[in-house]
Design a protein around this ligand. Structure first.
Ligand code: NDP
Ligand code: X2W
Length: 308
């Protein structure tokens, strides 16, 4: 019998994308709660308990409630919310962070899908810390831009209502306490909280993260090509990686570094830019906040769990 998959929050931005990615598959049975019952705890409990794997596309509180509603049914979870990303007992669902992460996900009952913002900085930083090119106590700063679908149904409606009045570049997270900071610290293996200051743009989907690196103060200063080689070697060693590393080349402009480049795909591309004379570098990641940033990663995790 095909495993039953329940998407709790299937009518939201992330949920709808997952439904469309799973359409037409015969190896699974997607079970769907009637629309008028989607927030009814009793009905949700019934679906959560009969599912083999539930994918949570909900606000954090509702995601915690979903796990409680499933009780002892043995349901396996992929949670797309922030609720469980650094929680004990949950496996971080970023298959490319280590060679054995995919098999940990495959065997797990509880998988926390990574946040959209964390994925780019973690993908660039973690291999550099593992290789010892950047020390764990390096003071990391993160910026970038995301499309407004990152804010879910409410932000999409707000931007669509504003039309031409919407700001092209709106910095936010101005208290420097974005909810993704602890997750980035944990999985990039940093000793302290990175400074993260994101922005949202007047485009629906796609994102780009930036991690500038001032390397001059390090006891041993890596060259740009060393940073690139460590990152490229890491991702070349990961089976079925959805993360690509662009060739290391010094150019003033690069049209591929466009937040919307990977829209409607599940891929990420990492770029390493550097000026060795100044001992400076920037790690740039380009991906779709709704693809690798959310629904694509959720389906990647689901597929690993179905295999496990
Ligand atoms: N959008 C993105 O780029 C990303 C989102 N995420 C995360 O995924 C999760 C979902 O986000 P997103 O899809 O953007 O949000 P949306 O607001 O677009 O969708 C959330 C859905 O959850 C439903 N919902 C809310 N409360 C409950 C409840 N108590 N029981 C059942 N359903 C409920 C909403 O119902 P209703 O239809 O009535 O509003 C809505 O359909 C969030 O935790 C978000 O942080 C993660 C990575 C990226
Ligand atoms: C534009 C915008 O507001 N984006 C959201 C994206 C957060 C999100 O979806 O969070 P998770 O990935 O943790 O679920 C934000 O920065 O809070």
């Amino acid at each position: 019998m095909a495993p039953k998959i329940f998407i709790d929050g299937e009518h939201g931005t992330t949920g709808l994308q997952i439904v469309s990615r799973l359409g037409g598959r015969s190896d699974i049975e997607v079970i769907s709660i009637p629309g008028d019952k989607r927030k009814d705890p009793e009905a949700r409990a019934e679906y959560l308990r009969k599912a083999d794997i539930a994918i949570l596309c909900l606000p954090d509180d509702a995601a915690r409630e979903a796990v409680a509603l499933a009780g002892d049914a043995g349901t396996r979870f992929v949670d797309a919310s922030t609720a469980h990303r650094t929680a004990d007992g949950w496996v971080y669902g970023f298959a490319e962070i280590d060679k054995d992460q995919g098999s940990k996900i495959a065997r797990a009952q509880f998988v926390a899908n990574p946040g959209c913002w964390p994925q780019g900085p973690i993908a660039g930083l973690r291999p550099l810390l593992t290789a010892g090119l950047i020390p764990a106590d390096y003071p990391v700063t993160i910026s970038g831009i995301t499309g407004y679908s990152g804010g879910g149904k409410q932000m999409i409606a707000d931007y669509e209502a504003k039309g031409d009045e919407a700001s092209e570049f709106m910095p936010y997270g101005l208290t420097l306490n974005h909810k993704h900071v602890p997750e980035i610290r944990t999985y990039a293996k940093l000793a302290s909280m990175p400074l993260m200051q994101p922005a949202v743009g007047d485009f629906a989907q796609g994102m780009l993260t930036l991690v500038p690196l001032q390397l001059g103060a390090l006891p041993s200063i890596p060259k740009g090509k060393d940073l690139h080689a460590a990152i490229a070697d890491h991702f070349a060693s990961i089976p079925d990686s959805l993360v690509d590393v662009a060739p290391f080349e010094a150019t003033e402009r690069n049209a591929a570094i466009n937040p919307q480049r990977h829209n409607d795909t599940d891929r990420m591309t990492l770029h390493v830019c550097a000026n060795d004379d100044r001992a400076q570098a920037v790690l740039i990641a380009v991906y779709d906040n709704l693809g690798k940033g959310a629904s694509g990663a959720a389906v990647q995790n689901l597929d690993l769990m179905l295999r496990g």
